[in-house]
Design a protein around this ligand. Structure first.
Ligand code: NAD
Ligand code: TDX
Length: 332
Protein backbone atom coordinates (compact mmCIF):
# COMPACT_ATOMS: atom_id res chain seq x y z
CA UNK A 1 0.00 0.00 0.00
CA UNK A 2 1.25 3.51 -0.88
CA UNK A 3 0.53 5.92 1.98
CA UNK A 4 0.83 9.72 1.85
CA UNK A 5 1.15 11.28 5.34
CA UNK A 6 0.79 15.06 5.54
CA UNK A 7 2.40 16.79 8.52
CA UNK A 8 4.66 13.79 9.14
CA UNK A 9 7.44 15.98 10.58
CA UNK A 10 5.15 17.24 13.35
CA UNK A 11 4.39 15.70 16.74
CA UNK A 12 1.60 13.20 16.03
CA UNK A 13 2.49 12.69 12.37
CA UNK A 14 6.11 11.71 13.11
CA UNK A 15 4.96 9.26 15.79
CA UNK A 16 2.48 7.84 13.22
CA UNK A 17 5.28 7.36 10.70
CA UNK A 18 7.46 5.61 13.31
CA UNK A 19 4.57 3.29 14.24
CA UNK A 20 3.81 2.54 10.59
CA UNK A 21 7.42 1.75 9.65
CA UNK A 22 7.73 -0.43 12.77
CA UNK A 23 4.50 -2.38 12.43
CA UNK A 24 3.50 -2.23 8.74
CA UNK A 25 6.52 -3.14 6.62
CA UNK A 26 4.26 -3.59 3.57
CA UNK A 27 3.30 0.13 3.61
CA UNK A 28 5.35 2.50 1.45
CA UNK A 29 5.33 5.85 3.26
CA UNK A 30 5.69 9.29 1.67
CA UNK A 31 5.64 12.33 3.97
CA UNK A 32 4.55 15.76 2.73
CA UNK A 33 5.48 18.51 5.19
CA UNK A 34 6.18 22.24 4.79
CA UNK A 35 8.63 22.23 7.73
CA UNK A 36 7.02 25.25 9.37
CA UNK A 37 8.32 26.31 12.80
CA UNK A 38 6.43 23.22 14.14
CA UNK A 39 7.96 20.69 11.76
CA UNK A 40 11.34 19.07 12.35
CA UNK A 41 12.85 16.67 9.86
CA UNK A 42 15.07 15.23 12.58
CA UNK A 43 11.95 13.72 14.19
CA UNK A 44 12.09 11.28 11.26
CA UNK A 45 15.85 10.70 11.18
CA UNK A 46 15.67 7.14 12.58
CA UNK A 47 13.29 6.11 9.75
CA UNK A 48 14.74 8.33 7.02
CA UNK A 49 15.93 5.36 4.94
CA UNK A 50 12.52 3.69 5.07
CA UNK A 51 10.42 6.61 3.79
CA UNK A 52 10.28 9.30 1.10
CA UNK A 53 10.24 12.88 2.40
CA UNK A 54 8.83 15.73 0.31
CA UNK A 55 9.13 19.28 1.58
CA UNK A 56 6.10 21.23 0.40
CA UNK A 57 2.81 22.91 1.21
CA UNK A 58 -0.54 21.08 1.32
CA UNK A 59 -2.06 24.14 -0.37
CA UNK A 60 0.22 23.68 -3.41
CA UNK A 61 -2.37 22.13 -5.75
CA UNK A 62 0.05 20.90 -8.42
CA UNK A 63 2.38 19.21 -5.92
CA UNK A 64 -0.52 17.69 -3.97
CA UNK A 65 -2.10 16.40 -7.18
CA UNK A 66 1.07 14.60 -8.24
CA UNK A 67 1.59 13.01 -4.80
CA UNK A 68 -2.04 11.96 -4.38
CA UNK A 69 -2.02 10.44 -7.88
CA UNK A 70 0.66 8.03 -6.62
CA UNK A 71 -1.07 7.11 -3.33
CA UNK A 72 -3.65 4.53 -2.24
CA UNK A 73 -4.35 6.30 1.06
CA UNK A 74 -3.87 9.83 2.44
CA UNK A 75 -3.71 10.45 6.20
CA UNK A 76 -3.92 14.18 6.81
CA UNK A 77 -2.19 15.44 9.98
CA UNK A 78 -0.75 18.73 8.68
CA UNK A 79 -2.18 21.77 10.42
CA UNK A 80 -1.43 24.90 12.33
CA UNK A 81 -2.10 23.35 15.73
CA UNK A 82 -1.50 25.82 18.58
CA UNK A 83 -4.38 27.80 20.09
CA UNK A 84 -2.18 30.58 21.49
CA UNK A 85 -0.65 31.22 18.05
CA UNK A 86 -4.12 31.34 16.51
CA UNK A 87 -5.05 34.17 18.88
CA UNK A 88 -2.00 36.20 17.83
CA UNK A 89 -2.30 35.58 14.08
CA UNK A 90 -5.25 33.56 12.73
CA UNK A 91 -4.39 33.79 9.02
CA UNK A 92 -2.01 30.79 8.74
CA UNK A 93 -4.73 28.70 10.40
CA UNK A 94 -7.27 29.62 7.72
CA UNK A 95 -4.71 29.07 4.96
CA UNK A 96 -3.39 25.68 6.08
CA UNK A 97 -6.33 24.17 7.94
CA UNK A 98 -9.07 25.28 5.53
CA UNK A 99 -7.46 25.93 2.12
CA UNK A 100 -4.91 23.15 2.63
CA UNK A 101 -7.62 20.61 3.46
CA UNK A 102 -9.69 21.80 0.48
CA UNK A 103 -6.67 21.25 -1.78
CA UNK A 104 -6.20 17.69 -0.51
CA UNK A 105 -9.91 16.91 -0.85
CA UNK A 106 -9.97 18.04 -4.46
CA UNK A 107 -6.98 15.81 -5.21
CA UNK A 108 -8.41 12.69 -3.52
CA UNK A 109 -11.70 13.36 -5.34
CA UNK A 110 -9.95 13.56 -8.72
CA UNK A 111 -7.92 10.40 -8.14
CA UNK A 112 -10.50 8.48 -6.05
CA UNK A 113 -8.05 7.90 -3.19
CA UNK A 114 -9.07 6.83 0.34
CA UNK A 115 -8.66 9.71 2.81
CA UNK A 116 -8.44 9.84 6.61
CA UNK A 117 -8.84 13.23 8.27
CA UNK A 118 -7.21 13.94 11.64
CA UNK A 119 -9.14 16.38 13.79
CA UNK A 120 -9.68 17.46 17.36
CA UNK A 121 -12.30 17.33 20.12
CA UNK A 122 -12.05 21.13 20.29
CA UNK A 123 -14.56 21.38 17.42
CA UNK A 124 -17.27 20.62 20.02
CA UNK A 125 -16.45 23.62 22.21
CA UNK A 126 -16.17 23.01 25.95
CA UNK A 127 -18.09 21.43 28.83
CA UNK A 128 -18.85 22.55 32.38
CA UNK A 129 -16.72 20.84 35.04
CA UNK A 130 -19.75 19.04 36.49
CA UNK A 131 -21.45 18.13 33.18
CA UNK A 132 -22.11 14.35 33.28
CA UNK A 133 -22.21 14.23 29.45
CA UNK A 134 -19.06 13.84 27.35
CA UNK A 135 -18.53 14.59 23.64
CA UNK A 136 -19.92 11.97 21.24
CA UNK A 137 -20.02 11.76 17.44
CA UNK A 138 -23.41 13.54 17.50
CA UNK A 139 -22.44 16.50 19.72
CA UNK A 140 -23.12 19.75 17.80
CA UNK A 141 -20.09 21.69 16.60
CA UNK A 142 -19.38 24.81 18.70
CA UNK A 143 -15.71 25.82 18.33
CA UNK A 144 -14.27 28.66 20.43
CA UNK A 145 -10.89 29.68 19.02
CA UNK A 146 -9.52 30.56 15.58
CA UNK A 147 -7.65 27.22 15.72
CA UNK A 148 -10.69 25.11 16.58
CA UNK A 149 -12.97 26.98 14.18
CA UNK A 150 -10.61 26.28 11.27
CA UNK A 151 -10.41 22.61 12.29
CA UNK A 152 -14.23 22.54 12.44
CA UNK A 153 -14.33 24.12 8.98
CA UNK A 154 -12.01 21.45 7.61
CA UNK A 155 -14.18 18.68 9.11
CA UNK A 156 -17.23 20.22 7.43
CA UNK A 157 -15.46 20.23 4.08
CA UNK A 158 -14.64 16.53 4.50
CA UNK A 159 -18.26 15.68 5.35
CA UNK A 160 -19.51 17.63 2.34
CA UNK A 161 -16.98 16.09 -0.06
CA UNK A 162 -17.93 12.61 1.21
CA UNK A 163 -21.63 13.20 0.75
CA UNK A 164 -21.67 15.30 -2.42
CA UNK A 165 -18.79 13.72 -4.32
CA UNK A 166 -18.55 10.26 -2.76
CA UNK A 167 -15.02 10.84 -1.45
CA UNK A 168 -13.94 7.72 0.51
CA UNK A 169 -13.29 9.54 3.78
CA UNK A 170 -13.24 8.91 7.51
CA UNK A 171 -12.70 11.49 10.25
CA UNK A 172 -11.30 11.14 13.76
CA UNK A 173 -11.56 13.74 16.53
CA UNK A 174 -9.06 13.11 19.29
CA UNK A 175 -8.42 14.67 22.69
CA UNK A 176 -5.13 16.19 23.96
CA UNK A 177 -2.07 14.12 23.07
CA UNK A 178 1.22 13.86 24.95
CA UNK A 179 4.43 11.94 24.34
CA UNK A 180 7.77 12.22 22.48
CA UNK A 181 8.46 14.84 19.78
CA UNK A 182 5.80 17.32 20.98
CA UNK A 183 6.77 20.96 20.37
CA UNK A 184 7.88 22.84 23.51
CA UNK A 185 5.16 25.47 22.95
CA UNK A 186 2.55 22.93 24.18
CA UNK A 187 1.59 22.66 27.85
CA UNK A 188 3.29 19.43 28.98
CA UNK A 189 6.61 19.74 27.09
CA UNK A 190 6.78 23.44 27.97
CA UNK A 191 6.62 22.63 31.68
CA UNK A 192 8.95 19.61 31.43
CA UNK A 193 11.63 21.63 29.64
CA UNK A 194 11.14 24.55 32.06
CA UNK A 195 11.70 22.15 34.97
CA UNK A 196 14.81 20.67 33.33
CA UNK A 197 16.09 24.27 33.13
CA UNK A 198 15.16 25.02 36.75
CA UNK A 199 12.37 27.40 35.66
CA UNK A 200 8.97 27.35 37.44
CA UNK A 201 6.02 25.88 35.43
CA UNK A 202 3.48 28.41 34.14
CA UNK A 203 -0.19 27.77 34.71
CA UNK A 204 -2.82 29.78 32.84
CA UNK A 205 -5.33 31.28 35.28
CA UNK A 206 -6.34 29.08 38.21
CA UNK A 207 -5.39 25.88 36.37
CA UNK A 208 -8.79 24.23 36.80
CA UNK A 209 -9.27 23.64 33.06
CA UNK A 210 -9.59 19.94 32.29
CA UNK A 211 -8.03 18.15 29.32
CA UNK A 212 -8.66 14.49 28.41
CA UNK A 213 -5.06 13.28 27.98
CA UNK A 214 -4.16 10.43 25.63
CA UNK A 215 -0.72 9.06 24.80
CA UNK A 216 0.20 9.71 21.16
CA UNK A 217 0.77 5.96 20.56
CA UNK A 218 -2.84 5.27 21.54
CA UNK A 219 -4.08 8.02 19.20
CA UNK A 220 -2.12 6.51 16.34
CA UNK A 221 -3.18 2.90 17.01
CA UNK A 222 -6.76 4.17 16.86
CA UNK A 223 -6.09 5.87 13.51
CA UNK A 224 -4.88 2.55 12.10
CA UNK A 225 -7.94 0.78 13.53
CA UNK A 226 -10.15 3.27 11.66
CA UNK A 227 -8.18 2.89 8.43
CA UNK A 228 -8.41 -0.90 8.70
CA UNK A 229 -12.02 -1.25 9.79
CA UNK A 230 -13.80 2.10 9.92
CA UNK A 231 -16.97 2.75 7.95
CA UNK A 232 -16.53 5.15 5.04
CA UNK A 233 -18.25 8.47 5.75
CA UNK A 234 -18.11 7.89 9.50
CA UNK A 235 -16.62 10.01 12.31
CA UNK A 236 -14.86 8.36 15.29
CA UNK A 237 -13.98 10.06 18.57
CA UNK A 238 -10.64 8.98 20.05
CA UNK A 239 -10.08 9.27 23.80
CA UNK A 240 -8.64 7.24 26.66
CA UNK A 241 -10.67 8.43 29.71
CA UNK A 242 -7.76 10.64 30.78
CA UNK A 243 -9.43 13.70 32.30
CA UNK A 244 -7.03 15.71 34.50
CA UNK A 245 -6.96 19.41 35.33
CA UNK A 246 -3.91 21.50 34.50
CA UNK A 247 -3.07 22.13 38.17
CA UNK A 248 -2.85 18.38 38.81
CA UNK A 249 -0.65 17.91 35.73
CA UNK A 250 1.75 20.55 37.06
CA UNK A 251 1.70 19.03 40.57
CA UNK A 252 2.50 15.57 39.16
CA UNK A 253 5.40 16.99 37.13
CA UNK A 254 6.72 18.81 40.21
CA UNK A 255 6.58 15.51 42.13
CA UNK A 256 8.44 13.68 39.35
CA UNK A 257 11.15 16.37 39.48
CA UNK A 258 11.28 16.26 43.31
CA UNK A 259 10.21 19.88 43.64
CA UNK A 260 7.76 21.42 46.18
CA UNK A 261 4.05 21.24 45.23
CA UNK A 262 3.70 25.06 45.09
CA UNK A 263 6.81 25.69 42.97
CA UNK A 264 4.95 27.14 39.95
CA UNK A 265 3.59 30.50 38.73
CA UNK A 266 0.07 31.50 37.76
CA UNK A 267 0.25 33.59 34.57
CA UNK A 268 -2.30 35.43 32.41
CA UNK A 269 -5.18 33.23 31.32
CA UNK A 270 -5.76 32.42 27.64
CA UNK A 271 -8.57 34.60 26.19
CA UNK A 272 -11.66 32.46 25.56
CA UNK A 273 -9.94 29.51 27.31
CA UNK A 274 -12.02 26.32 26.92
CA UNK A 275 -12.88 24.93 30.34
CA UNK A 276 -13.15 21.18 29.83
CA UNK A 277 -12.91 18.57 27.09
CA UNK A 278 -14.10 14.99 27.63
CA UNK A 279 -14.50 12.22 25.09
CA UNK A 280 -16.85 9.24 24.96
CA UNK A 281 -15.02 6.83 22.65
CA UNK A 282 -17.61 4.01 22.85
CA UNK A 283 -18.13 3.81 19.08
CA UNK A 284 -14.44 3.24 18.43
CA UNK A 285 -14.21 0.66 21.20
CA UNK A 286 -17.36 -1.32 20.43
CA UNK A 287 -17.36 -1.11 16.63
CA UNK A 288 -13.62 -1.50 16.03
CA UNK A 289 -12.46 -3.21 19.24
CA UNK A 290 -9.85 -0.52 19.97
CA UNK A 291 -8.49 -0.08 23.51
CA UNK A 292 -5.78 2.29 24.77
CA UNK A 293 -2.57 0.76 26.17
CA UNK A 294 -1.08 3.76 28.02
CA UNK A 295 -3.74 4.19 30.70
CA UNK A 296 -1.43 5.04 33.62
CA UNK A 297 -1.05 8.81 33.12
CA UNK A 298 1.67 9.24 35.74
CA UNK A 299 3.75 6.45 34.17
CA UNK A 300 3.21 8.04 30.76
CA UNK A 301 4.37 11.42 32.11
CA UNK A 302 7.46 9.83 33.69
CA UNK A 303 8.37 8.22 30.36
CA UNK A 304 7.81 11.55 28.59
CA UNK A 305 10.02 13.38 31.12
CA UNK A 306 12.72 10.75 30.51
CA UNK A 307 12.40 11.28 26.75
CA UNK A 308 12.88 15.06 27.05
CA UNK A 309 15.86 14.53 29.37
CA UNK A 310 17.45 12.12 26.88
CA UNK A 311 16.65 14.19 23.78
CA UNK A 312 17.72 17.69 24.76
CA UNK A 313 19.43 18.07 21.36
CA UNK A 314 15.99 17.76 19.74
CA UNK A 315 14.22 20.53 21.72
CA UNK A 316 16.98 22.84 22.94
CA UNK A 317 17.41 24.73 19.61
CA UNK A 318 13.78 26.00 19.70
CA UNK A 319 13.24 26.53 23.44
CA UNK A 320 14.50 30.12 23.78
CA UNK A 321 12.65 31.33 20.66
CA UNK A 322 9.42 29.70 21.90
CA UNK A 323 9.66 31.44 25.27
CA UNK A 324 10.50 34.75 23.54
CA UNK A 325 7.29 34.37 21.48
CA UNK A 326 5.28 33.90 24.70
CA UNK A 327 6.99 37.01 26.17
CA UNK A 328 6.06 39.09 23.13
CA UNK A 329 2.41 38.02 23.28
CA UNK A 330 2.19 38.95 26.97
CA UNK A 331 1.30 35.33 27.79
CA UNK A 332 4.36 34.78 30.00
P1 NAD B 1 2.22 19.94 15.01
O1 NAD B 1 2.04 21.41 15.02
O2 NAD B 1 3.21 19.31 15.93
O3 NAD B 1 2.64 19.47 13.53
C1 NAD B 1 2.04 19.98 12.38
C2 NAD B 1 2.91 19.59 11.17
O4 NAD B 1 2.26 20.06 9.99
C3 NAD B 1 4.31 20.21 11.20
O5 NAD B 1 5.28 19.26 10.84
C4 NAD B 1 4.23 21.32 10.15
O6 NAD B 1 5.48 21.58 9.51
C5 NAD B 1 3.21 20.73 9.18
N1 NAD B 1 2.53 21.77 8.41
C6 NAD B 1 1.95 22.91 8.87
N2 NAD B 1 1.43 23.61 7.85
C7 NAD B 1 1.67 22.90 6.70
C8 NAD B 1 1.37 23.11 5.35
N3 NAD B 1 0.71 24.20 4.94
N4 NAD B 1 1.75 22.18 4.45
C9 NAD B 1 2.43 21.07 4.87
N5 NAD B 1 2.74 20.82 6.14
C10 NAD B 1 2.37 21.73 7.05
O7 NAD B 1 0.77 19.33 15.20
P2 NAD B 1 0.30 18.01 15.97
O8 NAD B 1 0.09 18.34 17.39
O9 NAD B 1 1.15 16.88 15.58
O10 NAD B 1 -1.16 17.82 15.31
C11 NAD B 1 -1.33 17.04 14.15
C12 NAD B 1 -2.80 16.98 13.80
O11 NAD B 1 -3.53 16.41 14.88
C13 NAD B 1 -3.43 18.34 13.56
O12 NAD B 1 -4.35 18.22 12.49
C14 NAD B 1 -4.16 18.65 14.86
O13 NAD B 1 -5.26 19.49 14.63
C15 NAD B 1 -4.59 17.26 15.28
N6 NAD B 1 -4.79 17.06 16.72
C16 NAD B 1 -3.79 17.38 17.60
C17 NAD B 1 -3.96 17.11 18.96
C18 NAD B 1 -2.88 17.41 19.97
O14 NAD B 1 -3.09 17.23 21.17
N7 NAD B 1 -1.69 17.85 19.58
C19 NAD B 1 -5.16 16.55 19.40
C20 NAD B 1 -6.17 16.24 18.47
C21 NAD B 1 -5.95 16.50 17.13
O1 TDX C 1 2.09 27.32 29.44
C1 TDX C 1 0.93 26.87 29.41
N1 TDX C 1 0.19 26.86 30.56
C2 TDX C 1 -1.07 26.38 30.61
O2 TDX C 1 -1.70 26.38 31.69
C3 TDX C 1 0.33 26.34 28.20
C4 TDX C 1 1.10 26.33 26.90
C5 TDX C 1 -0.96 25.85 28.26
N2 TDX C 1 -1.65 25.87 29.44
C6 TDX C 1 -3.01 25.28 29.50
C7 TDX C 1 -3.95 25.67 28.40
C8 TDX C 1 -4.81 24.42 28.24
O3 TDX C 1 -5.86 24.43 29.21
O4 TDX C 1 -2.82 23.86 29.36
C9 TDX C 1 -3.86 23.27 28.59
C10 TDX C 1 -3.28 22.59 27.36
O5 TDX C 1 -2.77 23.61 26.52
P1 TDX C 1 -2.15 23.29 25.06
O6 TDX C 1 -1.02 22.32 25.21
O7 TDX C 1 -1.89 24.59 24.40
O8 TDX C 1 -3.33 22.47 24.37
P2 TDX C 1 -4.87 22.84 24.00
O9 TDX C 1 -5.07 24.28 23.82
O10 TDX C 1 -5.75 22.09 24.97
O11 TDX C 1 -4.95 22.13 22.54
C11 TDX C 1 -4.29 20.87 22.30
O12 TDX C 1 -5.22 19.81 22.29
C12 TDX C 1 -6.13 19.77 21.24
C13 TDX C 1 -3.53 20.89 20.97
O13 TDX C 1 -2.60 21.97 20.97
C14 TDX C 1 -4.48 20.99 19.80
O14 TDX C 1 -3.76 20.92 18.58
C15 TDX C 1 -5.46 19.86 19.88
O15 TDX C 1 -6.42 19.99 18.89
Amino acid sequence: MRLLVTGGAGFIGSNFVHLTVRERPDVKVTVLDALTYAGDKSSLSSVADAITFVEGDIADAALVDSLVADADLVVHFAAESHNDNSLNDPWPFVQTNVIGTYTLLEAVRRHDVRYHHISTDEVYGDLELDDPERFTESTPYNPSSPYSSTKASSDMLVRAWARSFGVQATISNCSNNYGPYQHVEKFIPRQITNLIDGVRPKLYGAGLNVRDWIHVEDHNSAVWAIIDGGQIGQTYLIGADGEVNNLDVVRTLLEIFGRPADDFDHVNDRPGHDLRYAIDSSRLRTELGWTPRYTDFRAGLEATVAWYRENEAWWRPVKAATEAKYERSGQV
